[in-house]
Design a protein around this ligand. Structure first.
Ligand code: KG4
Ligand code: ZN
Length: 342
């Protein structure tokens, strides 16, 4: 089965061709991505209308590039997949309309995919794919969830954030530190120069006994700490070292909560496999701490390939393929396209 996937939920236009072989093994034939980060940077965040317009400009050239690199023709496709939601309505409509128009013109079936299911299944495209069942830690800019995953489409939510997502905590703290957008990678880079134990920041809900998360208080603590540093520093502001220490301490707080709650979910379920997905899954400290904890306890941790951690078309094509193969979705002839922003 050959699937062309479109992702356009936020600020990346992603297109990819994935092939599912007779053994159910997924292969990424080609993928192409255009990130709008540079365009939105001047505004400190994503501007929805600009995002939609840029998706329109990029989507067809990217699709052509993917087909060319995969040495495939439109006629070779078995299915066309797109992100149905959640995401920005106008942005989603571009991927959905493109997929449905292609489907209609070619007489090929189409399938809308849940963006988070794409992230969740993305490690199946790695060299070391997981097997079911597993615990999934889904950490993106919009979501922080722990799930028990028994198969494709068989997901039980164990806990989630009651306020900000982990990626949001990275982004908002980075903004306070004047690091711009998107803050996660920038804060992680600054943190490499700092001392993670320099500031005692809160670990909200760490001992709540539940698998829920809360990150809003951490952002407030970062702001309070920054104000104190500014007041003590005078006209020049906090030193580069103090800022790096605060970045490192913030990252340490977020990572510690994510690691401890993931270990708690594994322990409570009796499962020994953890899958980490979503943009924050690219964080090196998170990966290092999870790997250390897993090695000590004989657990396995699976990650997507680094370039498939953040939004991309490959995970959308893959999720569609796995859903169809598992009998969990029936591709439809292209009709009226629909999106589900929330
Ligand atoms: O999954 P994703 O690309 O988009 C959503 O579906 O939200 O995740 C984006 C989030 C952003 O908050 C970004 O700052 C964060 O992932 N992120 C990181 C890193 N790379 C991306 N956070 C921490 N460390 C990173 N290396
Ligand atoms: Zn995402």
């Amino acid at each position: 089965m050959r699937i062309l996937g479109f992702e356009s939920s936020c600020d990346e236009t992603g297109v990819a061709l994935v092939e599912l072989d007779a053994h159910g093994q997924a292969h990424l034939r080609a993928d192409a991505l255009h990130s709008q980060i540079a365009m939105h940077q001047a505004y400190g965040g994503v501007v929805p209308e600009l995002a939609s317009r840029d998706h329109i400009r990029r989507v067809l050239p990217l699709a052509r590039e993917v087909l060319q690199r995969a040495e495939a023709r439109l006629a070779d496709l078995d299915l066309i997949a797109y992100t149905r939601g959640p995401g920005l309505a106008g942005a989603l409509l571009v991927g959905s309309a493109t997929a449905c128009a292609l489907g209609l013109a070619l007489g090929k079936p189409v399938l809308g995919v849940h963006h988070l299911e794409g992230h969740l299944l993305s490690p199946f495209l790695s060299a070391d794919p997981p097997s079911f069942p597993f615990i999934a830690l889904l950490v993106s800019g919009g979501h922080t969830q722990l799930m028990r995953v028994d198969g494709v489409g068989d997901y039980a939510l164990l806990g989630e954030t009651i306020d900000d997502a982990a990626g949001e905590a990275f982004d908002k703290s980075a903004k306070l530190l004047g690091l711009g957008y998107p803050g996660g990678p920038a804060l992680a880079a600054l943190a490499t120069q700092g001392d993670p134990a320099a500031f005692a920041l809160p670990r909200p809900l760490l001992h709540s006994g539940t698998l829920d998360f809360s990150f809003a208080g951490l952002k407030t603590a970062v702001l309070t700490t920054l104000r104190k540093l500014e007041a003590a520093a005078g006209a020049d502001g906090p030193s580069a070292q103090a800022r790096a220490d605060l970045a490192a301490s913030t990252q340490a707080a977020i990572v510690e909560v994510l690691v401890k709650k993931s270990l708690a979910a594994l322990k409570a379920s009796g499962l020994r496999r953890l899958v980490v997905a979503g943009g924050v899954g690219a964080n090196r400290r998170l990966r290092a701490e999870l790997d250390t904890a897993a090695a000590r306890r004989g657990l396995r941790v699976h990650y997507p390939e680094l370039h498939l951690c953040t939004d991309n078309g490959a995970m959308i094509a893959l999720a569609a393929a796995m859903r169809v193969a598992a009998g969990r979705a029936r591709p439809q002839p292209a009709g009226a396209f629909d999106v589900l922003p929330r």
